[in-house]
Design a protein around this ligand. Structure first.
Ligand SMILES: NC(=O)c1ccc[n+]([C@@H]2O[C@H](COP(=O)([O-])OP(=O)(O)OC[C@H]3O[C@@H](n4cnc5c(N)ncnc54)[C@H](OP(=O)(O)O)[C@@H]3O)[C@@H](O)[C@H]2O)c1
Length: 299
C-alpha cells in the first residue's frame, strides 16, 4: 500500500509516521521536502500535480493552518490550507480511487449546551479557523472520494505547540497563573489519534462501508483549569522544578481572556459512533496526559 502523509512534522503527523510504518511504505510530503515530494497546501494546483505523479493509494492529511487567532486576520491563507486544498485532495483521491484520511475539529460547533456533540449535529463555527475547517470537511465529503474525517480536540504531544507544554513552561517561570474554567473538552494525545487512524485504515480495507465522519477524542472531559491543575500536580509529584504551586493556580472565565477568535464553551464530543464502528475503547484523557508528562519530565 502506498501512503502519502501530509503534515508529517506536526503533532499528529509525527505520530502518524510511527503508527503507519507497519502498514505501508510511507512518502512524507512537507513544505520543506525535496522537489519530488514537497507539498504546500497554499498551492493547491501544484499539490494536485504532485498527487498525480505519486499516485498514492491512501492520502493522510495531517497538515492544517492551526493558528486559531491568526486565522481571524489571515482568512485567505487559512481557507486555502484548511478548505481549498483538502477539497483538491478529495478530488484527486476520487480520481485515483484512493482513501483520504483528514482531520477536523470541535471548533466546527458553537459550543452551546452541555451535551456531547454528535457527528450529525448542526455545525455553526464561532471563528474563522472553525469555518475553514468545516468548509474543508464539506469539500472532502462532496468530492465523492472514500474518506475518513476525524474531528478531534485539545491536541497535545511531547513535541510541538500545545497547552500541556505551555503550562509546564509557564509553571516553571511564574508563581501565579489564571486559567479559564468555563470551556469543556477532552485533551487528546497525538499518539492516540495516530493509533486509531492506523486501526481505522486497516478496518476500512476490509469493510469500505466504514468510511465517514467520526469524533475521535480521549475519554472523559475536563476544563482548561482542571487540565492545568492536573499537569502541575503530576509534574510536581515527579519532582519537576516548578515555581507555581498547584494551589496558586486560579480559575477564571473566558471573558477575562479576550482573544481574537471566540472559543466554544462546550467542546464535548460523543465518540459512540467511532467506538461502535471500529470496536475501540478510548482511554480517559488523564492516562495519556500522565504518560506525556512523565516522558517530558523524566527525559
Ligand atoms: N492542535 C489542536 O489542538 C487541534 C484541535 C482539533 C483539531 N486539530 C486538527 O488536527 C490536525 C493535526 O493538527 P496538529 O495539532 O498536528 O497541527 P500542528 O502541530 O500545528 O501541525 C500542522 C502541520 O501542518 C503543516 N502545514 C501547515 N501549513 C502548511 C502548508 N501550507 N503546506 C504544507 N504543510 C503545512 C505544518 O508544517 P510546518 O511544520 O511546515 O509548519 C505542520 O506540519 C489538523 O487538521 C488540525 O486542524 C488540531
Amino acid at each position: 500500500m502506498r501512503v502519502l502523509l501530509l503534515g508529517a512534522g506536526g503533532q499528529v503527523g509525527w505520530e502518524l509516521q510511527r503508527a503507519l510504518a507497519p502498514l505501508a511504505a510511507i512518502t512524507l510530503a512537507t513544505r520543506q521536502g525535496d522537489a519530488g515530494t514537497s507539498v504546500d497546501l497554499e498551492r493547491p494546483e501544484q499539490m494536485r500535480d504532485t498527487l498525480r505523479r505519486l499516485q498514492p493509494e491512501v492520502i493522510v492529511n495531517a497538515a492544517a493552518f492551526t493558528a486559531v487567532d491568526t486565522a481571524e486576520t489571515d482568512r485567505e491563507r487559512a481557507r486555502t490550507v484548511n478548505a481549498t486544498s483538502p477539497g483538491v485532495l478529495g478530488e484527486e483521491a476520487a480520481r485515483l480511487g484512493a482513501l483520504l484520511v483528514h482531520y477536523s475539529t470541535d471548533y466546527v460547533f458553537d459550543g452551546s449546551g452541555s451535551a456531547p456533540w454528535r457527528e450529525d449535529d448542526a455545525a455553526a463555527p464561532l471563528n474563522v479557523y472553525g469555518e475553514t475547517k468545516l468548509a474543508g470537511e464539506v469539500l472532502v465529503r462532496g468530492s465523492g472520494c472514500s474518506h475518513l474525517i476525524f474531528r478531534t480536540s485539545w491536541v497535545y504531544a511531547t513535541r510541538g505547540r500545545n497547552f500541556l507544554r505551555t503550562m509546564l513552561r509557564l509553571s516553571a517561570e511564574r508563581e501565579t497563573l489564571s486559567v479559564v474554567n468555563d470551556q469543556h473538552g477532552a485533551p487528546t494525545g497525538a499518539e492516540l489519534i495516530a493509533d486509531v487512524t492506523a486501526h481505522a485504515i486497516t478496518a476500512l480495507q476490509a469493510n469500505a462501508r466504514l468510511g465517514g465522519t467520526y469524533h475521535l477524542v480521549a475519554g472523559g472531559t475536563t476544563t482548561w483549569f482542571d487540565y492545568a491543575s492536573f499537569i502541575i500536580g503530576t509534574a510536581s509529584g515527579l519532582g519537576h522544578p516548578l515555581r507555581l504551586r498547584q494551589s496558586a493556580l486560579a480559575p477564571c472565565s473566558s471573558r477575562d481572556f479576550p482573544s481574537p477568535a471566540r472559543r466554544p464553551h462546550n467542546s464535548r464530543l460523543s465518540t459512540a459512533k467511532l467506538r461502535s464502528a471500529f470496536g475501540l475503547e478510548l482511554p480517559d484523557w488523564r492516562s495519556g496526559v500522565d504518560r506525556a508528562i512523565r516522558e517530558i519530565c523524566t527525559t
